[in-house]
Each structure stands twice: as structure tokens, then as C-alpha cells.
Write a protein that binds this ligand. Sequence first.
Ligand code: FAD
Length: 288
Amino acid sequence: MRLNDIWKRGRVSFSFEVFPPKKDGDFQTVRAAVESIAQLKPDFMSVTYGAGGGTSDYTAEIARIVQSQGVPALAHLTCVSADRDRIRHELEKLQAAGIENILALRGDYPEDYDPAAPRDYRYAASLVEDIRAYGGFTIGGACYPEGHVECPSQEEDLRHLKEKVEKGVDFLTTQMFFDNSALYSFLYRARALGITVPVLAGVMPVTNAGQIQRILRLSGTTLPYRFRMILDQFRDRPDAMKQAGVIYAAEQIVDLVANGVQGIHVYVMNKPDVARALSENLARVLER
Ligand code: FAD
């Protein structure tokens, strides 16, 4: 199922992101987690591609498993280390697996990246253009309420975002943020620039204090004082940290829905219990 129509229904979409196994031996564990999350019947599930040192080999397979559970899948695809032949091969693979939705990304630079070397893809916009020309996919793109970490100003980042959307992006998903006012300010500026596609708010329930410090360093996402105090208080008590992280995310989502966002995308890190807690606690808020 193509995702285009989800946002025409007039209710907030609710979706989860999962990641494929990092090595062969993890496949069954990931499969079980993905199936269990799919049973919650989100509007769709996205599957990352080579993020966080993980492999890209299983993205299509995990996306196929998501769809076998009756949930539409959104497969991520990055282009920074690929050439046009490789991308064509990936698109054929996704099509053969029955996947109709792609999140088109540049990807983070690999350690040996040489900016001067000739290459087919420098930015996600060129990937969007190629997927659009290939046809048959609904296309999502990434956006950054606090600005992308490499970009000198948010204004410039938004200009590049507009160029990317104009190449054929159907919807955007945001980087995680912990202060909703960052999203509201971003949306205001994006709409003023003429970016009108649906923007899904990316929310991460923080369940592990150590892990979030690393993610924040890489993404440039800031932590509000209120959340820093939660991390300080609960970092050495994993159960309390998890409970507080899920409640913080739920409060963020209530506020986002109250302020009219079109979709909530939860970075659920393959944790079915976290996905279940949010689904159950927010069922009425999300009209599910
Ligand atoms: P782009 O849109 O290409 O932007 C990258 C940078 O280039 C920005 O600073 C932008 O302002 C700048 N730029 C764009 N066009 C131009 C131009 N013409 N001239 C100069 N500068 C320009 N990574 C993975 O490896 N796998 C994943 O599965 C994955 N999933 C993600 C999902 C989401 C929702 C998000 C928000 C990120 C995800 N990432 C993933 C991380 C992403 O790959 C990185 O953030 C990457 O650094 C940027 O990707 P992008 O598609 O946003 O790039």
C-alpha cells in the first residue's frame, strides 16, 4: 500500500521505526520483535538501511516481513556510498519484495569518504529524482527541526530541504527532538517557504541513558533542562529510566497532537514493550 493517502483521512498517523539485524545470528530475534510490533497495527513501519553501523542487506527482507503482517512498510535507502547501478539494483529488489514506499536519504559519510572524488550522489535530492524517474514508489525525505548537523544555518538547511521536496518528496519525517517548540518553529518556517507536504514528528522514547548521549553527539539534537534532569536522576536505574523515557515521549506526543501535527513516527528501537506502552496509553489521543 502506498502511504500517500494516509494523511488524507484527517487523523494523525502513528508509525514505528525498526532496524534490521546487525549480523546473521540476530535475524530471528529481530524478526520476532518486528512481528510483535506489527501486531499493534501501526499505520506503517519504517525499516532503516545501514544506520548506526548496521547492515543494509536485510532492509528489504524485514520490510517484506512487516507487510506480511498486514502493515505497510517504508524502506529506508541511502545513496552516499552508492552509484546509479547499485541504486537501480536496490529499487528492483524493493519492487520485487512488494515494497511501495521509500525514505530517500543521503546517509552519513563513511570514515574514508573523499569529498573530491567523483560520485553519482552528493545529496538525497538526486536520489529522490532518480526514484521518481524509476516510478512506482511513494517517496519520503528526512528533515531536521534543529537544523542538520553539517549545515551552517537552519535557513540554508531549509532552502536545501525545499529543493529536495521539489524533486518529488511526498512527505517528510523529522529527526528526533525533545523540545516540541523546536518542531513548531521549524514547521512555521518550512510552511512560510512553501514546503507543504505532510511532516511526521519523529519521537524517541529514551530508555537507556548511555545510548542517548551518543545519539545526541552525532545528531546535534539538544536536550531541554527538564529532560537533562530526568537523565541525571535515573541514568543508573534502568527500569526507572525506561519508565520515565516512555512517559516523557507520551507527553510529547499528546502536546504534538494537540497542536495539529499530521503524524507521529516513533523511533522504537525494536522494543515491543515500549511500542505497546505508547500504543495503549495513547489509543484515545490518537483515535485508534
Ligand atoms: P540531505 O538531504 O542530502 O542533506 C544533508 C546535508 O547536505 C544537509 O546539511 C543539507 O542542508 C545539505 N545539502 C543538501 N543539498 C545541498 C546542496 N545542494 N548544496 C550544499 N549542501 C546541501 N541514515 C542511515 O544511514 N540509514 C537510515 O536508515 C537513516 N534513517 C534516517 C531517518 C530519519 C527520519 C532521519 C532524520 C535520518 C536518518 N538517517 C539514516 C541519517 C541521515 O542519513 C543523515 O542525517 C545524513 O547526514 C543526512 O541525510 P539526508 O537524507 O537528510 O541528507
